[in-house]
Design a protein around this ligand. Structure first.
Ligand SMILES: Cc1cc2nc3c(=O)[nH]c(=O)nc-3n(C[C@H](O)[C@H](O)[C@H](O)COP(=O)(O)O)c2cc1C
Length: 451
């Protein structure tokens, strides 16, 4: 499919009073991520970030910088967080079968996705509400990804708009859409994404009903933060975040949907509107409708069984994303690594991306060995972002590049295409270790749109 063709949609539904965003060339956007920080603070952040040896180090720094309520939102999983933990534990069951003395002294990490070459087998996953960690976070993520030749997926629930991100990033970028109720809303979002050169569309189907993230309920974290003595103290004791993010911008808005509400609608009003758009009745017929209206590659995100993989392809998908939403939707859903092979088999050589729990280059290589085309990075990217903005996300990508390259070298392959099923064996039982703890944690909101 040609990614560049515009979606066949009408914009006539665009409300009279809406602020229809201009697609024309605009002034360059400042995406430095250090908008209000003096230079010595930027240097300090960079130095600290450089000291992070792995993704877990970035997570520790992010946790230190963020108020608990924000950290819990990012890190948390649904209910007892079983799936959140299983996602990490599954990697312990996969062991490498390394080949030695292969003469492969230099590696090529690139993959080809729908005809597009990406410099690495990982892509930044769609995550909503990134602006609560760092101002202009979506611009920073997309710009750093583009500079590294890494793919980037913009969430519907982003805080920088489809158009702003397109102006900032010339790199490979995709758009994620929630299966919302009004088709006119979906049609308009698809039209905007196609006009702005987003080459693939990802529909997330695993959270038609919002996951029950109890940490957010406890923290009173809905889209507008309820200010209690505890949250006030939480903010005041995290001055770096308070000054650079909250006091500089306040609660970020869902910019992609601002055109559907009256001008200058509050962040809370926009969030409330997205809640009205939740559609638990969404069905494969709706996916078939999307297929008719989107002319680029289409992926279904949140598939965990062979049956649904087959249905996705029967209804026109070009790929699936094996995902349990990072353990944030259905607690008790399996680790994605555990179902990956079943899905790869059902996909019959079509594109299979996977996410949930990826924190190491070795995790990525294991998924490729089990048949994945590529991996999406959720929290691994957010940890870097929240720890240090632009410097942090660069560090995430550098760490994962170095780790992936090293593991490929150690198992004796030269290219990602050379990584095969023979390079791993899957044990039946898990060996208890510390890595399950890397993702141990937290919750969802009572009222937020499902992110
Ligand atoms: C804070 C947060 C917000 C998210 N928002 C979205 C979203 O807007 N759309 C979406 O499809 N998935 C969203 N996800 C799920 C991610 O795309 C991805 O599936 C998940 O983070 C992968 O797990 P990992 O974080 O363990 O890597 C979100 C995840 C997190 C942690």
């Amino acid at each position: 499919m040609c990614a560049a063709e515009p979606a066949q949609v009408s914009s006539s539904f665009c409300r009279q009073n809406a602020v229809c965003l201009s697609h024309s060339a605009a002034e360059p956007v400042d995406t430095s991520g250090f908008v209000s920080l003096p230079e010595f603070r930027q240097d300090g952040i960079k130095m600290q970030i450089e000291r992070a040896v792995n993704i877990q180090d970035l997570a520790v720094k992010a946790k230190r910088r963020l108020p608990k309520v924000i950290w819990d939102f990012m890190e948390g999983g649904a209910e007892d967080e079983l799936t959140l933990r299983w996602n990490r534990q599954a990697f312990e069951r996969v062991r490498f079968r390394q080949r030695v003395v292969t003469g492969n002294g230099r590696r090529d990490l690139s993959i080809t996705l729908f005809g597009q070459q990406l410099s690495a087998p990982y892509i930044i996953a769609p995550t909503g509400l990134n602006g609560i960690y760092w101002p202009d976070a979506d611009l920073i993520l997309s710009r750093v990804a583009a500079a590294a030749g890494v793919g980037f997926v913009l969430s519907t629930a982003s805080n920088n708009s489809i158009e702003e991100v397109a102006r900032t990033s010339s790199g490979p970028r995709f758009f994620q859409m929630y299966p919302w109720g009004e088709r006119s809303l979906s049609a308009r979002l698809m039209e905007r994404a196609a006009n702005e050169g987003y080459s693939a569309l990802i529909i997330t189907v695993d959270s038609l009903i919002p996951g029950n993230r109890e940490r957010d309920t406890r923290n009173h974290f809905a889209h507008s933060l309820r200010i209690t003595p505890r949250t006030l103290w939480d903010g005041l004791t995290h001055p770096s975040w308070l000054m650079s993010t909250w006091l500089s911008r306040g609660m970020p808005r869902f910019e992609n949907i601002s055109e559907f509400l009256p001008e200058r609608s509050s962040a809370y009003a926009l969030a409330a509107y997205t809640r009205t758009q939740r559609n638990p009745f969404y069905s494969w017929a709706d996916i078939a409708w999307v297929r008719l209206n989107w002319h680029g590659p289409l992926l279904i995100k949140g598939v965990l069984t062979a049956e649904d993989t087959r249905l996705a392809f029967e209804n026109g998908a070009d790929g699936v994303v094996v995902s349990n939403h990072g353990g944030r939707a259905l607690d008790g859903a399996p680790a994605t690594l555990d179902v990956l092979e079943e899905i790869v088999e059902a996909a019959r050589h079509q594109t299979v991306l996977v996410d949930s729990g990826f924190r190491r280059g070795s995790d990525i290589v294991k998924a490729l060995a089990l048949g994945a085309t590529g991996v999406l990075l959720g929290r691994a990217a957010l940890f870097g972002l929240a720890a240090g903005g632009e410097a942090g996300i660069k560090r995430t990508l550098d760490i994962l590049r170095e780790e992936t390259d090293r593991v490929m070298g150690l198992i004796g392959v030269r290219t990602t295409a050379d990584i095969g099923r023979d390079h791993v064996e899957v044990a039946n039982t898990s060996i208890p270790s510390a890595i399950g703890d890397m993702a141990r944690h937290c919750t969802e909101d009572a009222g937020l749109p499902t992110l």
